[in-house]
Design a protein around this ligand. Structure first.
Ligand code: SAM
Ligand code: SF4
Length: 360
């Protein structure tokens, strides 16, 4: 790729082809070049997925976890955390409240909690699909392939399993007992099983560099993910990374913008983590390529215990359901609208887009 007068990379016509060096250059961009990156990402978002913003209502149904990830407050070694599990009835009731408020996707997320066997989860998914015309995304961590198969068979549409970091050494250090290769293998299984697969990572992890961030983008592009959740790492005082600096808004927005350039049709959330470190975090993300917001609809008595990191924005909101009208208002104030469809993967959007271009 060449450069423009200011020395910044002149983006190729098809920005999906950005090289590792281009991405590193863009991650280092400042001033006018950085603004240009953001406006190109916004234009790519308009062309790829349009102005609609999809609401994905997240229910954090258990904060038990058998894993010990160094960055996360739910790690099993955190004895200060009061643990909870929602009952099946509570989960179904919460999903119902979300559906009534206009949410078309429910994301079921938890720590890695073996109490919820694949059979239990499959029954829950079946019940949700029976009661509502909505998409179901699962985010329950690393499981056996047969477990994923049961969830898919029960009707789950999507699975969110972030790579967290594409640096294998850092990954193994931050997630004891697991490997990046194991994560990648699971992402491939999930694709094979027909899930729309979401990945993503944290920005600002200790030991991360712009080079490894570029690898994160390339990994997501190689995996051809339908969704990419990119948010800042926020240190949690009850974890071994308590004293670390954490990610900043600027680098997170650059990662998001580059992700949009290389994946024009992917669903990219304006993450809760970004909104938690900046009051305008979601609005800024929506201007840099994001097209999804994930309101936390977990009942308030539980969501304050799903303490992945401190000052989670949704915890300061007064209750599960009030947050949705507020988020809808923010979306409309940003000049966007709330999608009414189920918000399935960008591939169908891509096909539509290609047909439109062929017709032109
Ligand atoms: N246990 C499942 C897993 O690990 O995939 C799902 C739950 S986990 C809490 C969901 C996400 O929280 C992770 O993918 C990670 O990116 C994010 N997370 C954990 N600790 C974080 C922190 N300190 N700052 C920002 N994000 C964090
Ligand atoms: Fe458990 Fe997920 Fe937190 Fe790791 S990131 S400790 S697997 S909840």
């Amino acid at each position: 790729m060449g450069t423009n007068e200011s020395g910044a990379p002149a983006l190729p016509e098809d920005s999906r082809q950005l090289s590792r060096e281009d991405i590193i250059h863009l991650l280092r961009s400042e001033g006018k070049d950085r603004e240009r990156l953001f406006s190109l990402a916004d234009a790519t978002r308009v062309g790829g997925v349009g102005d609609a913003v999809h609401l994905r209502g997240i229910i954090e149904f258990s904060n038990y976890c058998t894993k010990n990830c160094l960055y996360c407050g739910l790690r099993k070694g955190n004895s200060r955390l009061q643990r909870y599990r929602m009952t099946t009835e509570e989960i179904l009731e919460t999903a119902h409240i979300g559906a009534e408020a206009g949410v078309r996707t429910i994301v079921l997320q938890s720590g890695e909690d073996p109490f919820f066997t694949a059979d239990t989860l499959a029954r829950l998914i079946g019940e949700l699909k029976e009661r509502h015309d909505m998409a179901v995304t699962m985010s329950v961590g690393e499981r056996k392939k047969s477990d994923y198969g049961l969830m898919r068979k029960a009707g789950a549409d999507r699975y969110l399993l972030k790579q967290e970091t594409a640096d294998p050494t850092l990954f193994a250090k931050l997630r004891p007992g697991t490997t990046l290769e194991g994560r990648r293998r699971r992402l491939l299984w999930l694709k094979e099983l027909g899930f729309q697969v979401g990945s993503g990572g944290m920005v600002g992890l200790p030991g991360q560099t712009v080079e490894t961030l570029a690898e994160d983008i390339l990994l997501m592009r190689d995996l051809d993910v339908e969704m990419a959740g990119i948010g800042p790492f926020i240190p949690n005082g009850d974890t071994p990374l308590a004293q670390c600096a954490g990610g900043d808004v600027d680098m997170t927005l650059k990662m998001l913008a580059i992700a949009r350039l290389v994946m024009p049709f992917a669903h990219l959330p304006a993450t809760t983590a970004l909104a938690s470190i900046h009051p305008e975090g979601r609005q800024m993300a929506l201007r840099c390529g994001a097209n999804v917001v994930m309101p936390d609809i977990t009942p308030v008595q539980y969501k304050k215990l799903y303490r992945i990191y401190p000052h989670k924005i949704s915890v300061t909101e007064d209750g599960a359901i009030e947050s949705i009208p507020r988020i809808v208002r923010m979306i409309l104030d940003s000049g966007r609208y709330v999608a009414r469809d189920l918000g399935h993967g960008g591939k169908s959007v891509a096909a539509k887009w290609q047909n439109r271009r062929m017709a032109e």
